[in-house]
Design a protein around this ligand. Structure first.
Ligand code: CA
Length: 242
């Protein structure tokens, strides 16, 4: 299933035509189909109609900026992997992008090798989520249920709107209950990155977003706990009380 022959489609939303051309060329050479939009509104429209497997999304765009495009898709319940393309200096953009539900970001100017690695990591993750067969590994913990067949998580019987990344992080931690993982471990295992650098903060933001969705009280979490100075783990103790 992971190696399905169907080509994956990547939507490129970027107003600089030369960047679009380079991305299209390199992605197609890697075996992906591409569709392109040169402004935010057209990008949103294509995301809805084409249902791409991944979106590369510039921030500064005509008509509608990349954050608004991403946020709109998330509000509509679309959890397609989104990689934000952001300018190098705009550190705030990275955090904001993750806050509004992007899965990843890459700073311009980027190396094509790094970009392709990120694309592959995010697409592989989606494929893994669809094909990994640990059905009922944790059918239920407290009021939380993960159905690895449909790749959906439920709280109190209601489906949670998780991004692909949030779902993967939850599933990974929950399938290794009470085992503590450092942020670097998690970057390697969940994000599939062979290198980390400052990006470990991505883990913190994703954990915070996940807690807001799965915890009764995100400030006093019962499921995803912090081991101070070490990392994060999925607690079975807190969950049992739920
Ligand atoms: Ca731009």
């Amino acid at each position: 299933m992971e190696n399905a022959t169907a080509k994956k489609t990547i939507l490129i939303v970027e107003d600089e035509k030369n960047i679009v051309d380079i991305l299209r060329f390199n992605l197609q050479r890697e075996g992906y189909d591409t569709v392109e939009a040169y402004d935010g509104e057209a990008g949103l429209s294509l995301a809805r109609s084409v249902k791409p497997d991944l979106i590369l999304l510039d921030v500064m765009l005509p008509k509608m900026n990349g954050f608004d495009v991403c946020q709109t898709l998330r509000q509509e319940g679309d959890n397609v992997p989104v990689i934000i393309l952001t300018a190098r200096e705009e550190e705030a953009d990275k955090v904001l992008g993750l806050e509004i539900g992007a899965d990843d970001y890459i700073t311009k100017p980027f190396s094509m090798r790094e970009l392709i690695a990120r694309v592959k990591a995010n697409i592989r993750r989606t494929a893994m989520a669809a094909s990994t067969d640990h059905t009922n590994v944790m059918a239920a913990a407290g009021d939380l249920t993960i159905d690895t067949d449909s790749c959906l998580a439920y709280k109190g019987g209601k489906p949670l709107s998780l991004t692909q990344r949030e779902y993967e992080l939850l599933t990974f931690l929950a399938s290794h209950p009470d085992k503590v993982y450092s942020r670097i471990n998690l970057m390697e295992q969940v994000w599939n990155y062979g290198y980390v650098g400052d990006d470990a903060r991505t883990v913190d933001v994703t954990v915070r977003r996940l807690r807001e969705k799965i915890e009764d009280d995100p400030a006093n979490p019962a499921y995803i706990l912090t081991r101070r100075g070490v990392g994060y783990y999925f607690s079975t103790k807190g969950a049992v009380q739920g």
